[in-house]
Design a protein around this ligand. Structure first.
Ligand code: NAP
Length: 466
């Protein structure tokens, strides 16, 4: 192939890749088009890889082949993890992305230093790339460790923590600026790398394990920005575009999650959320009305409108298929069934949508929080399946509550509430839930999958006459 042809193939592939990435993000934002979005993203990545592989700068392919084999060896098993482990799997992907950016920056620095080609612009881009890349690497590993519970979940705090952390980052940035002025001061390079690696660890230590999904999407944003810097270093346009999309979408996602929890970025990053609530969780517990699956089935049978509220517990129990069976039993009796979806139910955005879609529950029965809240006063029975914080009325009135101000599903306004969970243990925020002791609530204790299975049995074994 002539040089011109190769150049054109590369540019056309990059253009196609950039367009496909943009369409992918667009389509991924709605359940109906999400599969198409995934396909567009995959095709975009294939186009970008083809464009890169035919690039005239590549003279031999041995190490690329080794990279493909090693990457596939790690990536294929990683893609098979359970849905509940997707947040930590995503964190690991970001760690690899950050490490790759950091290593590419290091290699480019060494090459350009030896050839005397380090301009101020190149050095600036490399400094951004290695600081963000290496801090994303260790930060994401810490986040994955916390989510996998191989590291302590509780925030670890110490005096002057923010001052020390930000001081370390400032020293790294200062050293980077020094290198921009005088790139031959190579001794500063390992200092920046070490400080960035340490900063990544220290950034995550004070954040509670339950806040990791928000932090992960913020780290996603850092990984994107380091890819942008890498794009400038390698003079690769598709890397700049894909990095910018990654960086901004990660940032937007973190903003959406913070809003849905009514928390600020500062509170997520520096608020040590999940620490003080431990004592509250261990406090006195009020009396609750406990029922068995047969009682729950009897109550459900008397309803004409039922709203099912799935939460993290449904994901843990993998109860979504049983929930579908229950829905079928109710619909068969002419009972209206809807699913109330809170934007941060579960542990990642869209968590409930994905599980319910997997169980093939029709999309049109899934109703977003703002649309379903006005319906609760007319709802006969709300069935809460392993949801806790997202239905805690304290968010509306208790100013001392850590979740005060978080928009919630107003299930307590329904005529009756059945709440399924295993114990009186708190959820993510570590606080008690007054819904469970309300007059119109009954608790059915047990694993969500088992309990709903028993309710379905009770319904199908019963008269079936409504
Ligand atoms: P939650 O408040 O964490 O409560 C989940 C409940 O499920 C627990 O109280 C637990 O009680 C129960 N549970 C666990 N395993 C169960 C099982 N096998 N069967 C039945 N119940 C089980 O969950 P949520 O109401 O979905 O709220 C999500 C929380 O995560 C919010 O506070 C949100 O701010 C936070 N968060 C979400 C995201 C996101 O993107 N979705 C991101 C960051 C933070 P037992 O132990 O007693 O069973």
């Amino acid at each position: 192939m002539s040089d011109d042809l190769i150049y054109n193939v590369t540019q056309a592939s990059y253009l196609a890749a950039a367009a496909l990435f943009i369409f992918s993000l667009r389509w991924l934002s709605r359940p109906e088009t999400a599969r198409r979005g995934v396909l567009a993203g995959v095709l975009g990545m294939v186009a970008a890889i083809i464009g890169t592989l035919v690039h005239r700068d590549i003279t031999h392919y041995e190490w690329i082949a080794v990279g493909v084999v090693v990457g596939a060896g790690i990536g294929v098993p990683l893609s098979r993890v359970a849905l509940t482990a997707v947040p930590q799997r995503t964190a690991l992907s970001h760690a690899f992305g950050g490490l790759a950016a950091g290593l590419v920056g290091t290699a480019k620095y060494a090459l350009w230093l030896a050839d005397g080609e380090l301009t101020a612009f190149r050095m600036g881009a490399i400094s951004v790339e290695i600081i963000l890349g290496f801090l994303t690497f260790t930060g994401s590993l810490m986040a994955a460790g916390k989510l996998q519970e191989v590291l302590p979940q509780r925030p670890i705090t110490y005096r002057n923590q923010n001052f020390i952390n930000l001081g370390l980052l400032a020293v790294a940035v200062g050293a980077g600026l020094w290198l921009v002025v005088d790139p031959t001061q190579w001794q500063l390079f390992p200092v920046i790398v070490a400080l960035s690696l340490v900063f990544g660890v220290l950034l995550i230590i004070p954040i509670g394990g339950a806040d990791m999904p928000t932090v992960i999407s913020l780290l996603n944003s850092y990984a994107g920005l380091s890819a942008v810097a890498m794009g400038f270093v390698l003079e690769n346009k598709v890397l700049i575009i894909a990095g910018a999309l990654d960086g901004s979408s990660g940032f937007i996602l973190s903003v959406i999650m913070c809003r849905a929890m009514n928390r600020s970025f500062t509170n997520v990053l520096f608020g040590a959320f999940g620490q003080v609530q431990a004592a509250a969780a261990a406090g006195e517990q009020k009396a609750v009305k406990s029922a068995n699956p047969q009682d729950a089935a009897d109550l459900l049978e008397t309803a004409s409108q039922v709203v099912i509220v799935p939460g993290y517990g449904m994901a843990v129990a993998q109860a979504q298929h049983r929930v579908h069976e229950l829905r079928d039993q109710l619909v068969k009796r002419g009972i209206g069934v809807k699913f109330a979806i809170h934007p941060v139910a579960g542990r990642m955005p869209g968590h409930m949508n994905v599980l319910l879609a997997e169980a093939e529950i029709p999309y049109d029965e899934l109703v977003e929080m703002d649309d379903i809240n006005p319906d609760f006063p007319q709802t006969d029975v709300v069935l809460v399946v392993g949801a806790n914080d997202v239905v805690n009325p304290a968010a509306r009135h208790d100013k001392s509550s850590p979740i005060y101000g978080m928009p919630i599903l107003d299930v307590d306004k329904a005529k009756s509430v059945i709440a399924i969970k295993r114990s009186m243990n708190p959820g993510f925020a570590g606080i008690d839930n007054e819904l469970y002791t309300a007059d119109n609530t009954v608790m059915v204790f047990g694993d969500a999958k088992a309990v709903i299975g028993d309710i379905v049995k009770a319904l199908s074994g019963g008269s079936g006459i409504h």
